[in-house]
Design a protein around this ligand. Structure first.
Ligand SMILES: Cc1ncc(COP(=O)(O)O)c(C=O)c1O
Length: 427
């Protein structure tokens, strides 16, 4: 293991952060469990960053991938591709967007980059509204709409980005307000901002901020924003890379917590749909998708093997109502963690919905973020046989819990007990 770590350090970039003092090599997985190279088994509550969405080694996906690999893996977007058309039809219908068109990419970053290209071209503006504490990917354009310093290595950008309030409910200047007042204050701020700037192309927002520590506004904020955006013709892009496909339990898409006046103009997705196969994509009304006046291809986007995996994964998700499972089991898990948190002064907040749960840590007796405690809990959970993630805005002080959506009640209980032990060991 150490040998592999040394080799990693010698040949890969320094900024490619690894979890754990002694980094882990995961060699295989099954269901909600993974094994490391020393044969230790872990309950996986992070799913490779919310990407193993249904289960590790899901037989339907394995079968679809191996059968497709035996026929054809790839042909490029220059040729008709049956699995790509089939998955696009399913996603267009599930998106709720009228007359929808789907474009497949290989990552969430590239999906957001495409959404930015579409919105800026359609609106003939390179001004973008993004949320503070946001994360949308690692490319030059995506970094330009990242409102999180830890993930923002450059201020150079092809875009002019204005950061809006509202993605973080319990910190910042409006934290003390009631939900209704919070929404009103954020809307007021947006109106004020629009009075001072050139007309923006779009607002891009994660319904629940992922890298930002699973923070979200009160339900309805983006619907209230939309009323203002509509007055100016500004597009709404929902980045559903983490929140899509039922992860939040109550809704299939995260935007539906804000959907009073219909679906967004553009939705981007990635991570879970391929259960680990690299699928990203954009879905938008035809009028927006078709606004480009030059050719575009994606060599790897929509390749047969990834589309076959996506179709098998989506079918499994829907046939087994994993969204309902996320709501039920996630609801039990969050209640259990809230009960633990009530006894621990270092837990500032347990938040989230479905199987997307954040536990923010603060120095006991203060409101000060506690990244050291978060790192210690991450290590202790691993020692106990549980993998979780972490994230956060000003500092990485939120634990992120996002198991595959097939999590059982017994596994939720087992993971919660390990996490409780890890939290108690840190305080
Ligand atoms: C909300 C969100 N958007 C976009 C991305 C970028 O996706 P990818 O890492 O597949 O490029 C991420 C990745 O974590 C994300 O969380």
């Amino acid at each position: 293991m150490n040998d592999l770590y040394d080799r990693h350090r010698a040949v890969l970039p320094d900024w490619l952060a690894l979890y754990y003092d002694s980094p882990l090599e995961i060699t295989h997985g099954e269901g909600r469990h993974v094994w490391d190279s020393e044969g230790r088994r872990y309950l996986d509550f992070f799913g490779g960053i919310l990407t193993t969405m249904t289960a590790h080694a899901l037989p339907e996906v394995t079968k679809a991938v191996s059968e497709q690999a035996g026929r054809i893996i790839h042909s490029s977007t220059l040729y008709l591709n049956r699995p790509m058309v089939e998955l696009a039809e399913r996603i267009a219908q599930l998106s709720g967007i009228p007359d929808a068109r789907v474009f497949f990419t290989t990552s969430g970053t590239e999906a957001n980059d495409t959404a930015l290209l579409l919105a800026t071209t359609h609106r003939r503006s390179n001004t973008i509204l993004a949320m503070r504490n946001s994360y949308h990917g690692r490319s030059f354009s995506a970094i330009g709409i990242t409102g999180n310093r830890s993930w923002s290595p450059s201020s150079l950008s092809p875009l002019q980005t204005l950061y809006v309030h509202g993605g973080v409910r319990t910190r910042g200047p409006f934290a003390h307000l009631s939900d209704a007042e919070f929404i009103a204050a954020c809307v007021e701020d947006l109106r004020d901002l629009l009075g001072h700037t050139r007309p923006p192309a779009a607002l891009i927002a994660e319904p629940i901020q992922g890298v930002g520590g699973f923070t979200s506004p009160p339900d309805g904020l983006y619907a209230a924003f939309r009323d203002v955006l509509n007055e100016h013709g500004i597009l709404w892009i929902a980045d559903e890379v983490q929140t899509g496909w039922g992860r939040t339990g109550e809704h299939f898409w995260g935007w539906q917590a804000h959907g009073r006046n219909g679906p967004p103009d553009i939705v981007t997705f990635a991570k879970g749909i391929g259960n680990g196969m690299s699928i990203g994509g954009v879905v938008a009304r035809a009028e927006i998708m078709n606004c480009l006046d030059a050719n575009s291809i994606s060599t790897f986007g929509g390749t047969q093997i990834t589309m076959a995996a996506g179709l098998a994964n989506l079918n499994h998700l829907i046939e087994h109502d994993l969204q309902g499972n996320a709501r039920r089991v996630g609801g039990l898990l969050i209640e259990r963690l809230r009960a633990v948190a009530a006894q621990l002064p270092g837990v500032r907040e347990v938040r989230g919905r479905g199987l997307m749960i954040g536990v923010e840590l603060a120095r006991p007796g203060t409101d000060e973020a506690d990244p050291r405690a978060a790192a210690a809990v991450l290590e202790a959970a691993r020692e106990g046989g549980l993998l979780i993630g972490k994230g956060g805005g000003h500092s990485t002080s939120a634990l992120r819990i996002a198991p595959p959506l097939s999590l059982t009640v017994a596994e939720a209980e087992e993971g919660a007990a390990i996490l409780e032990g890890a939290l108690r060991s840190a305080y």
